[in-house]
Design a protein around this ligand. Structure first.
Ligand code: SF4
Length: 243
């Protein structure tokens, strides 16, 4: 499993916002988001420009768990890149973390394009399906991204895990405009997830951008009976690594 960084910070998005958490950020992603406003993915160093030299590279699971021991927080967030690319290793990692701290609460942040048994060890699957507004038009990645960004079977499997109370889920979407709402509604009809599990967040990699879009996103949430989530880490620190 390639690791980009390990760090201790607050969860910035979704239903566990504000909680102190140990972050395990894997490197590499199977998608290449570039949002309609022009911003690349906010962790482009794990997707567009994965940097294997200046990070932890092929970190051993025991090394990751050893780092977690320094903080021993209840919340652990496995994020990326796309961590679900490494399903078998994620399974071993979660088993090791739960053995060390049975009280820990593991969130997996994923784009929802992979499924498998490893998901049963996760407490909260935070799925962020990538909408049309994420397609990097006129780049070499356009077709690959468009083909892979929605995996209906994987999303349905994740939805079933939550219906069967095996784990909790939240569906997080970057809101860029009204077309996103039409796409989310269609996805909801196909997959069957509930409004109460949907979180919309403003798109942006700076405080200024998020501040300028927040009110509009809140209004859209109220109109559609969705939850709003801010992006606290960006508001506090900007678009930096290791936060
Ligand atoms: S799926 Fe996530 S990590 Fe991958 S390119 Fe998109 S925003 Fe970045």
């Amino acid at each position: 499993m390639k690791i980009s960084e390990l760090f201790f910070s607050i969860q910035g998005e979704g239903k566990r916002s504000g909680l102190p958490s140990f972050f395990i950020r894997t490197n590499h992603c199977n998608l290449r988001c570039r949002f309609s406003g022009g911003n690349l993915c906010d962790t482009a160093y794990t997707s567009w420009f994965p940097d294997d030299k200046n990070n932890l590279g092929e970190a051993d699971i025991s090394e990751v768990i050893g780092d977690y021991k320094k903080y021993f927080s209840k919340d652990i967030v496995i994020t990326g890149g796309e961590p679900a690319m490494y399903g078998d290793e994620i399974e071993k990692l979660c088993m090791g973390l739960k053995q060390l701290n049975p009280e820990c609460f593991i969130t997996l942040e994923t784009n929802g394009t992979y499924s498998g048994d490893f998901l049963k060890l996760i407490d909260l699957i935070s799925i962020s399906p990538k909408l049309k507004s994420s397609v990097p038009f006129e780049t070499e990645f356009e077709k690959m991204h468009e083909r892979n960004r929605i995996n209906v079977n994987a999303l349905m499997e994740i939805c079933r895990l939550s219906e069967n109370k095996i784990c909790d889920v939240q569906w997080k979407f970057v809101f860029t405009g009204d077309d996103d709402i039409n796409e989310i509604s269609k996805l909801q009809k196909t997959i069957g997830f509930k409004n109460e599990d949907v979180y919309l967040m403003p798109e942006g990699i700076t405080k200024k951008e998020i501040d300028s879009k927040r009110l509009r996103v809140i209004e859209v949430c109220l109109k559609n009976n969705f939850n709003f989530t801010d992006r606290l880490h960006i508001l506090a620190w900007g678009n930096k690594r290791g936060i």
